[in-house]
Design a protein. Structure first.
Length: 280
Protein backbone atom coordinates (compact mmCIF):
# COMPACT_ATOMS: atom_id res chain seq x y z
CA UNK A 1 0.00 0.00 0.00
CA UNK A 2 1.40 3.41 -0.94
CA UNK A 3 1.89 5.82 1.96
CA UNK A 4 -0.59 8.37 0.54
CA UNK A 5 -4.12 7.93 -0.77
CA UNK A 6 -6.21 10.50 -2.64
CA UNK A 7 -9.74 11.44 -1.64
CA UNK A 8 -11.00 9.92 -4.90
CA UNK A 9 -9.34 6.58 -4.21
CA UNK A 10 -10.57 6.53 -0.61
CA UNK A 11 -14.14 7.27 -1.71
CA UNK A 12 -13.94 4.41 -4.22
CA UNK A 13 -12.57 2.04 -1.58
CA UNK A 14 -15.34 2.95 0.86
CA UNK A 15 -17.93 2.23 -1.85
CA UNK A 16 -16.48 -1.22 -2.51
CA UNK A 17 -17.40 -4.60 -1.01
CA UNK A 18 -17.80 -4.44 2.77
CA UNK A 19 -15.01 -6.91 3.42
CA UNK A 20 -12.52 -4.90 1.39
CA UNK A 21 -13.22 -1.46 2.80
CA UNK A 22 -10.42 0.18 4.76
CA UNK A 23 -10.72 1.09 8.40
CA UNK A 24 -10.55 4.87 8.60
CA UNK A 25 -9.08 6.57 11.65
CA UNK A 26 -9.80 10.23 12.37
CA UNK A 27 -6.81 11.51 14.36
CA UNK A 28 -7.55 15.23 14.49
CA UNK A 29 -5.66 16.91 17.33
CA UNK A 30 -4.53 20.42 18.23
CA UNK A 31 -2.02 21.43 20.86
CA UNK A 32 -4.09 24.44 21.97
CA UNK A 33 -7.57 23.12 21.14
CA UNK A 34 -10.37 22.80 20.45
CA UNK A 35 -10.35 19.03 21.04
CA UNK A 36 -10.34 16.92 17.93
CA UNK A 37 -13.26 14.91 19.30
CA UNK A 38 -15.47 17.99 18.99
CA UNK A 39 -14.60 18.39 15.32
CA UNK A 40 -15.22 14.69 14.80
CA UNK A 41 -18.72 14.98 16.26
CA UNK A 42 -19.46 17.89 13.92
CA UNK A 43 -18.56 15.80 10.91
CA UNK A 44 -16.16 13.12 9.71
CA UNK A 45 -15.46 10.76 6.85
CA UNK A 46 -18.31 8.20 6.89
CA UNK A 47 -17.34 5.22 9.03
CA UNK A 48 -14.24 6.87 10.48
CA UNK A 49 -13.36 6.04 14.09
CA UNK A 50 -12.03 8.87 16.24
CA UNK A 51 -8.59 7.96 17.59
CA UNK A 52 -7.07 10.25 20.19
CA UNK A 53 -3.39 11.12 19.96
CA UNK A 54 -2.85 11.43 23.70
CA UNK A 55 -4.85 8.35 24.72
CA UNK A 56 -4.16 5.90 21.87
CA UNK A 57 -1.23 7.05 19.75
CA UNK A 58 1.03 7.83 22.73
CA UNK A 59 1.73 6.63 26.24
CA UNK A 60 1.60 8.64 29.42
CA UNK A 61 3.95 11.64 29.40
CA UNK A 62 6.92 11.41 31.72
CA UNK A 63 10.58 10.47 31.59
CA UNK A 64 10.13 9.15 28.06
CA UNK A 65 8.91 12.54 26.82
CA UNK A 66 5.58 14.21 26.12
CA UNK A 67 4.34 11.63 23.59
CA UNK A 68 6.23 8.39 24.25
CA UNK A 69 5.32 5.25 22.38
CA UNK A 70 2.23 3.53 23.77
CA UNK A 71 2.36 0.19 25.51
CA UNK A 72 1.94 -2.46 22.77
CA UNK A 73 -0.81 -4.25 24.70
CA UNK A 74 -2.79 -1.04 25.10
CA UNK A 75 -2.26 -0.14 21.44
CA UNK A 76 -3.45 -3.53 20.28
CA UNK A 77 -6.60 -3.25 22.41
CA UNK A 78 -7.44 0.19 21.07
CA UNK A 79 -6.74 -0.67 17.44
CA UNK A 80 -8.86 -3.80 17.69
CA UNK A 81 -11.68 -1.73 19.20
CA UNK A 82 -11.42 0.56 16.15
CA UNK A 83 -11.84 -2.47 13.88
CA UNK A 84 -8.27 -2.77 12.59
CA UNK A 85 -7.74 -6.18 11.04
CA UNK A 86 -4.44 -8.00 10.69
CA UNK A 87 -4.79 -8.18 6.90
CA UNK A 88 -6.98 -5.15 6.29
CA UNK A 89 -6.07 -1.68 4.99
CA UNK A 90 -6.15 1.41 7.20
CA UNK A 91 -6.43 5.06 6.17
CA UNK A 92 -5.66 7.86 8.62
CA UNK A 93 -6.35 11.58 8.39
CA UNK A 94 -6.20 14.83 10.34
CA UNK A 95 -7.33 18.34 9.44
CA UNK A 96 -4.06 20.26 9.68
CA UNK A 97 -0.66 19.65 8.11
CA UNK A 98 -0.72 15.86 8.06
CA UNK A 99 1.73 15.45 10.94
CA UNK A 100 -0.67 13.74 13.37
CA UNK A 101 -1.86 11.45 10.59
CA UNK A 102 1.80 10.71 9.90
CA UNK A 103 2.22 9.72 13.57
CA UNK A 104 -0.66 7.26 13.19
CA UNK A 105 0.83 5.96 9.93
CA UNK A 106 4.25 5.54 11.56
CA UNK A 107 2.82 3.87 14.67
CA UNK A 108 0.88 1.32 12.68
CA UNK A 109 3.98 0.59 10.62
CA UNK A 110 6.03 0.29 13.82
CA UNK A 111 3.39 -2.13 15.12
CA UNK A 112 3.98 -4.37 12.08
CA UNK A 113 0.97 -3.31 10.01
CA UNK A 114 2.01 -2.51 6.46
CA UNK A 115 -1.37 -1.71 4.91
CA UNK A 116 -1.73 1.91 6.02
CA UNK A 117 -1.93 5.22 4.17
CA UNK A 118 -2.40 8.90 4.98
CA UNK A 119 -5.27 10.72 3.27
CA UNK A 120 -3.57 13.34 1.13
CA UNK A 121 -4.93 16.74 2.15
CA UNK A 122 -6.80 15.31 5.13
CA UNK A 123 -10.34 16.19 6.08
CA UNK A 124 -10.15 19.59 4.37
CA UNK A 125 -9.41 17.94 1.03
CA UNK A 126 -12.16 15.39 1.58
CA UNK A 127 -14.80 18.08 2.02
CA UNK A 128 -13.31 20.39 -0.64
CA UNK A 129 -13.53 17.58 -3.17
CA UNK A 130 -17.23 17.21 -2.45
CA UNK A 131 -17.25 13.86 -0.66
CA UNK A 132 -19.96 13.12 1.92
CA UNK A 133 -19.52 13.49 5.67
CA UNK A 134 -21.27 11.94 8.64
CA UNK A 135 -21.83 13.00 12.24
CA UNK A 136 -22.76 9.61 13.70
CA UNK A 137 -20.01 7.46 15.25
CA UNK A 138 -19.76 3.95 13.77
CA UNK A 139 -19.92 0.65 15.65
CA UNK A 140 -17.06 -1.28 14.05
CA UNK A 141 -16.68 -5.02 14.29
CA UNK A 142 -13.70 -5.76 16.58
CA UNK A 143 -10.47 -6.27 14.68
CA UNK A 144 -7.79 -8.90 15.15
CA UNK A 145 -4.55 -6.97 14.61
CA UNK A 146 -1.50 -8.37 16.38
CA UNK A 147 0.81 -5.54 17.46
CA UNK A 148 4.41 -6.59 16.86
CA UNK A 149 6.75 -3.68 17.64
CA UNK A 150 9.83 -3.23 15.51
CA UNK A 151 8.38 -2.60 12.08
CA UNK A 152 10.02 0.84 11.97
CA UNK A 153 13.42 1.81 13.45
CA UNK A 154 13.39 3.73 16.73
CA UNK A 155 16.34 5.77 17.97
CA UNK A 156 17.28 6.37 21.58
CA UNK A 157 19.13 9.49 22.71
CA UNK A 158 22.60 8.03 22.19
CA UNK A 159 21.72 6.75 18.74
CA UNK A 160 20.27 10.12 17.78
CA UNK A 161 23.45 11.84 18.91
CA UNK A 162 25.58 9.40 16.91
CA UNK A 163 23.43 9.87 13.82
CA UNK A 164 23.78 13.65 14.09
CA UNK A 165 27.54 13.12 14.08
CA UNK A 166 27.96 10.32 11.55
CA UNK A 167 24.88 10.56 9.31
CA UNK A 168 22.02 13.02 8.99
CA UNK A 169 19.63 13.83 11.85
CA UNK A 170 16.77 16.13 10.87
CA UNK A 171 15.03 18.40 13.38
CA UNK A 172 11.40 18.89 12.31
CA UNK A 173 10.64 21.88 14.54
CA UNK A 174 10.21 25.46 13.39
CA UNK A 175 13.42 27.47 12.99
CA UNK A 176 12.86 29.56 16.12
CA UNK A 177 12.74 26.47 18.32
CA UNK A 178 15.65 24.80 16.53
CA UNK A 179 17.84 27.87 17.03
CA UNK A 180 16.84 28.24 20.67
CA UNK A 181 15.30 31.64 20.09
CA UNK A 182 12.17 30.35 21.82
CA UNK A 183 11.10 27.21 23.66
CA UNK A 184 7.47 27.32 24.77
CA UNK A 185 7.09 23.74 25.95
CA UNK A 186 10.24 21.84 26.89
CA UNK A 187 12.76 22.33 29.73
CA UNK A 188 15.60 23.79 27.64
CA UNK A 189 15.99 25.58 24.32
CA UNK A 190 18.18 24.55 21.39
CA UNK A 191 18.79 21.42 19.37
CA UNK A 192 20.82 18.22 19.34
CA UNK A 193 24.37 19.16 18.28
CA UNK A 194 24.89 18.31 14.62
CA UNK A 195 21.19 18.10 13.74
CA UNK A 196 19.97 19.91 10.63
CA UNK A 197 16.77 21.93 10.70
CA UNK A 198 14.03 20.56 8.41
CA UNK A 199 10.73 22.18 9.48
CA UNK A 200 7.86 19.79 8.91
CA UNK A 201 5.74 22.56 7.36
CA UNK A 202 7.89 22.26 4.24
CA UNK A 203 6.50 18.82 3.39
CA UNK A 204 3.11 20.07 2.29
CA UNK A 205 1.66 22.87 0.17
CA UNK A 206 -1.94 24.05 0.58
CA UNK A 207 -2.53 21.07 2.86
CA UNK A 208 -1.44 18.41 0.37
CA UNK A 209 1.84 16.52 0.34
CA UNK A 210 4.49 17.64 -2.11
CA UNK A 211 5.43 15.34 -4.97
CA UNK A 212 8.14 12.71 -4.57
CA UNK A 213 10.42 14.77 -6.79
CA UNK A 214 9.88 17.95 -4.77
CA UNK A 215 10.53 16.12 -1.51
CA UNK A 216 13.63 14.42 -2.91
CA UNK A 217 14.99 17.82 -3.93
CA UNK A 218 14.19 19.20 -0.48
CA UNK A 219 16.12 16.46 1.30
CA UNK A 220 19.02 16.66 -1.13
CA UNK A 221 19.19 20.37 -0.36
CA UNK A 222 19.36 19.53 3.32
CA UNK A 223 22.42 17.40 2.66
CA UNK A 224 21.01 13.89 2.36
CA UNK A 225 23.19 11.69 0.17
CA UNK A 226 22.03 8.40 -1.40
CA UNK A 227 22.40 5.53 1.05
CA UNK A 228 23.28 7.79 3.98
CA UNK A 229 21.68 6.84 7.31
CA UNK A 230 19.01 9.38 8.25
CA UNK A 231 16.69 9.97 11.17
CA UNK A 232 14.37 12.59 12.57
CA UNK A 233 13.18 14.15 15.80
CA UNK A 234 10.98 17.07 16.83
CA UNK A 235 9.47 18.28 20.09
CA UNK A 236 7.76 15.08 21.17
CA UNK A 237 7.98 12.59 18.29
CA UNK A 238 4.79 13.59 16.45
CA UNK A 239 5.82 16.01 13.71
CA UNK A 240 9.06 14.06 13.21
CA UNK A 241 6.85 11.23 11.96
CA UNK A 242 5.98 13.45 9.02
CA UNK A 243 9.69 13.68 8.19
CA UNK A 244 9.88 9.88 8.11
CA UNK A 245 6.80 9.77 5.89
CA UNK A 246 8.16 12.50 3.59
CA UNK A 247 11.44 10.62 3.31
CA UNK A 248 9.57 7.46 2.31
CA UNK A 249 7.60 9.36 -0.33
CA UNK A 250 10.89 10.78 -1.61
CA UNK A 251 12.42 7.33 -1.97
CA UNK A 252 14.31 7.08 1.33
CA UNK A 253 12.36 4.48 3.35
CA UNK A 254 13.27 3.25 6.81
CA UNK A 255 14.46 6.46 8.45
CA UNK A 256 14.90 6.26 12.20
CA UNK A 257 12.63 8.15 14.59
CA UNK A 258 13.86 9.49 17.92
CA UNK A 259 10.51 8.91 19.60
CA UNK A 260 11.29 10.85 22.79
CA UNK A 261 12.67 13.74 20.74
CA UNK A 262 13.56 17.08 22.34
CA UNK A 263 11.07 16.57 25.19
CA UNK A 264 13.18 13.59 26.24
CA UNK A 265 16.62 14.95 25.34
CA UNK A 266 16.15 18.26 27.16
CA UNK A 267 15.12 16.61 30.44
CA UNK A 268 18.71 15.51 31.06
CA UNK A 269 21.00 18.49 31.80
CA UNK A 270 24.04 16.34 30.96
CA UNK A 271 23.01 16.21 27.31
CA UNK A 272 24.40 19.16 25.33
CA UNK A 273 22.21 21.67 23.53
CA UNK A 274 23.36 23.65 20.52
CA UNK A 275 21.84 27.03 19.68
CA UNK A 276 21.81 29.20 16.60
CA UNK A 277 20.96 28.51 12.98
CA UNK A 278 23.86 26.12 12.31
CA UNK A 279 23.99 22.44 13.34
CA UNK A 280 26.77 23.08 15.85
Amino acid sequence: MRPLISTTDLAAALAGPAGDRPVVLDVRWRLTGPPGAESYRDGHVPGAVFTDLDRVLAGEPGEGGRHPLPDPTDLQRDLRAAGVRADGPVVVYDDADGSVAARAWWLLRWAGHGEVAVLDGGYAAWTADGHPVDSEPPSPEPGDIEVRPGGMPVLDADEAAALARDGLLLDARAAARYSGETEPVDPRAGHIPGAVNAPFAGHTADGRWRTPEELADRFAGLGLRPGEPVGAYCGSGVTASSVVLALEIAGHPGAGLYAGSWSHWSRNPARPAATGDLPG
